[in-house]
Design a protein around this ligand. Sequence first.
Ligand code: G6P
Length: 482
Amino acid sequence: MDTTRQSPENGATFVVVANRLPVDRIVDENGAVDWKTAPGGLVTALEPVMRQRGGAWVGWHGAPDEEVESFEHDGYTIEPVPLTAEEVEEYYEGFSNATLWPLYHDSVAYPEYHREWFDAYKRVNRRFAEKAAQVAGEGATVWVQDYQLQLVPSMLRELRPDLNIGFFLHIPFPPMELFDQLPWRREILEGLLGADLVGFQVPGGASNFLRLVRRRTDHRVDRDRAKLIGENQHTCIARAYPISIDTQGFSDLANSPEAIAEAEQLLSDLGNPSTVFVGIDRLDYTKGLRQRIRAMGELFAEGTLDPHDAVFLQVATPSRERVEEYRRLRDDIDLLVGRINSEVGGVGRPAIVYLHASFPRATMAAMYRIADVMIVTPLRDGMNLVAKEYVACHPGPDGALVLSEFAGAARELRQAYMVNPYDLNGMKEAVMKAATDTPQNKRRRMRALKKQVSENNIDKWAERFLNDLDAKGETAPEEGED
Ligand code: G6P
């Protein structure tokens, strides 16, 4: 399949549709405009795919009440979709991030259901579908991304039945017992079924979806596909495609002279401790920060770790700051870290160095370099690309990854030190095992992890999905899909 060409007469032959564009438009108080890399795993993963394939990226530019013209960026076209301040509140902060996000993540926070939020979600999904229909050429491949846009596939199929429509969900797809709460469950399922191929991070997501289609719609399900009844008869296939990263790109970045120098500086700023524990997350209640910080605090308070030769560096990137649950989380973490540091450590020797800020990728790579133990302990996570970035960036085979069994990545990164993030004692043990394991054991594990991440990179992921989409499921599912 050739998805790289773009013909101006007929529109793009390859279109990505995502709530976010890869860059955010920032306007400062003097009105000066700047563009900044957008946060989150979706952008990290898809940006290299677009750079390589070209085409168009349809998405919101991150600033409310602003219309922005389309423009060229890194070899592809950016097609901004405007949102009003009210839509940001109801569609993005509301239905996407206070209803769907918690519901899809095991309800670790309470999902809120408001009819006007769903109305806004429908309205905005239609706008995205219309924009995609406008920029896609005849017979183009359109790849819709993530939970914010689950109605787009069916809306787009109605507008443009000639398109090849794929959908990929970056977050978990919940079991029926949870999904059934959603008052608009049927609309969401029908929305997704507009796609020819729906991709999930893990096989369990695909089987949850197929079970729901069987039970909550009138369509027939046969193995990994739903045969749609009605006017627009087509087949919708559901399979797992575990996402990854540009492994080589991350590794090159971590080995650049800038990252090496930055890593040295960072180590010296931390007082050259003998063991550095690192956590890097968006500040999100699904990431298990409360539990992780408590576990690390106890290790210092009990004297298992000594702040004179160990430090825990936790970066929390600001996220969705106007959503209530996120505000509460920010306050809780500030309080928790403050309390721990006032009890353990000393002048210039805090046990926990907590940074609530976002950093350029090179600085993140420097942090991965210095992390003797990387701690990734979400309560629930679709994949978690930080775990894969660490494996790609940490030089040599002597690092250690502590990973939650509830991250999608745990299915692939089996040689990590696995933890149940709700089990504080278990987490403390795993962290200490990772820190004090024999060099041979650590090397064996890291080598296996590195092999996994370099063999299954983002190109493979995109190729597998797009080939299946092109073949309309004629290829057999990969082994191990259940
Ligand atoms: C997760 C989601 C993405 C989202 C990202 C950042 O990775 O799967 O869809 O873009 O978080 O969140 P934000 O709300 O800032 O876009």
